[in-house]
Design a protein around this ligand. Structure first.
Ligand code: LLP
Length: 430
């Protein structure tokens, strides 16, 4: 199986985190997001122990909560001792309402409004990751006299991570951060250092998501340390934190490689130590912002088949009660997924496009997948590895409500996010 929390019973029935997928679908209805809480915690511990081993007690993995943001998730992160990367007042409020400590929130985003900045300051958010010069000025003006707001400065090292264009964030011409290559990053740092209300703690960069190529992170280390040395030489300033963002890839299908994250972190650590030593710079506090690799393999989405359509000589569709509203990733990125029948019957298999029920022919969850030829209305279909960027990117297109999130823990299940009803959606209409 793709991941060790997915298994089949002797009758072929599908289990996730040791629980019957059909039984969960009967109990909670479909479409349904399942989240394996034990796996989320294991993934956090994997990062925490790799960080301790490679960088010492001080280093902190920040869960990039855009991957899956709801109250219970922030509670788990607080319990595991993780930090959090939040990108909006909505994520910050959700974290705070779950009792997540404000000082462990790193506040990202390239378009913070005055109101956003005020909100985060008033709520004691630990660190702003400042994206650009306009934000720097607004933040410095808004920060209270006498209190120095800790900031990281986001720079763009100019690295192509060879991932989908839409999630390539490290190249020079992207909308995030301030580029090193053009000389603007140096001016950004200079400006920040002249702002007495800002405590410039360190640098941030994020080169992309779904990255498997280890060389990307090693080259990022080289560039960042090079820039840190340039800042020391030109401005006489030494950073005390370094945040290399998120990005480790996960396995969506058997064709994807398995990333050995602790080994990768070990390699980053060795390279960083080497480069810092060459530049005679001290070791900064090390931060990463993993999102996908914390939650993706903890997720599964379950659908009920609404119809099976066979178009002889062309193709066949399995049409489900979900679609691009709960998983827009194939539509957006051509993302691949592993699709499993929850209770397969018969030996014969056939190729189908797994479609949703939105009024749009592009509403495909995954094309050309193999399922039992006998697949019929009422059957349950599971899409694996949907823990990251599925619930968090869901929409109300066609006025479908978002599915609930059910957590699986130690053989039990509980509701973490309720199903969104049409009444919930209607509540905003005047
Ligand atoms: N830090 C920053 C500044 C980021 O922009 C991101 C992701 C992360 C951390 C977490 O990266 P991860 O470890 O999850 O790769 N919606 C897309 C992914 C967009 C990623 C955006 N930024 C998808 O569904 O594939």
């Amino acid at each position: 199986m793709l991941c060790d929390n997915i298994s089949r019973g002797s009758d072929g029935a599908l289990y996730f985190a040791g629980q019957s997928v059909n039984a969960l679908a009967d109990r909670y209805g479909t479409p349904l997001y399942l989240m394996d809480e034990d796996r989320i915690r294991q993934n956090c511990r994997m990062y925490l122990s790799a960080f301790r081993a490679s960088f010492g007690e001080d280093a902190l993995p920040l869960y990039a909560s855009k991957a899956a943001a709801f109250r219970r998730m922030y509670r788990i992160m607080a319990e595991e001792g993780m930090g959090v990367d939040a990108v909006s007042p909505g994520e910050i409020r959700t974290a705070l309402s779950a009792g997540f400590p404000a000082e462990k929130i790193y506040y990202h985003g390239d378009g913070k409004t005055e109101a956003d900045i005020r909100f985060a300051l008033e709520n004691g958010v630990g660190c702003f990751v400042v994206d650009n010069g306009d934000e720097l000025i607004s933040l410095s003006e808004a920060a209270a006299r006498g209190v120095r707001q800790k900031v990281l400065l986001r720079i763009t090292p100019g690295i192509d991570p060879h991932t989908y264009h839409a999630i390539n964030t490290g190249a020079v011409d992207v909308k995030f951060g301030v580029p090193v290559e053009t000389g603007q990053a140096m001016e950004f740092v200079r400006a920040a250092l002249h702002m007495p209300r800002l405590d410039v703690a360190g640098l941030h960069c994020h080169v992309g998501s779904m990255v498997f190529d280890e060389d990307v992170f090693l080259r990022t280390v080289d560039l960042m340390v090079g820039f840190m040395a340039d800042v020391r030489d030109e401005l006489g300033f030494v950073f005390r934190e370094l945040d290399l963002g998120g990005g480790y890839g996960v396995r969506y299908t058997d064709d994807d490689p398995a990333a050995d994250i602790p080994a990768r972190i070990g390699e980053v650590s060795s390279r960083l130590r080497k480069r810092l030593e060459e530049a005679s710079l001290p070791m900064p506090r090390f931060l990463l912002e993993p999102g996908r690799s914390i939650v993706a393999d903890a997720g599964m989405t379950v659908y009920t088949v609404c119809s099976v359509k066979r178009i002889p000589g062309y193709k066949s569709y399995v049409i489900t009660d979900g679609g691009m509203t709960d998983n827009p990733r194939y539509c957006l990125y051509g993302a691949t997924y592993t699709v499993l029948h929850a209770a397969p019957r018969g030996r014969l298999r056939a190729i189908f496009d797994l479609a949703g029920r939105c009024c749009e022919s592009g509403d495909i969850i995954q094309p050309a997948i193999s399922l039992p030829a006998a697949t019929a209305r009422g059957d349950r279909i599971a899409v694996c590895t949907t823990g990251a960027y599925n619930y968090s990117m869901a929409s109300n297109y066609n006025r479908f409500g978002r599915p609930p999130v059910v957590m699986l823990r130690g053989g039990e299940s509980y509701l973490a996010v309720k199903r969104e009803s049409v009444e919930d959606v209607l509540a905003l209409d005047l």
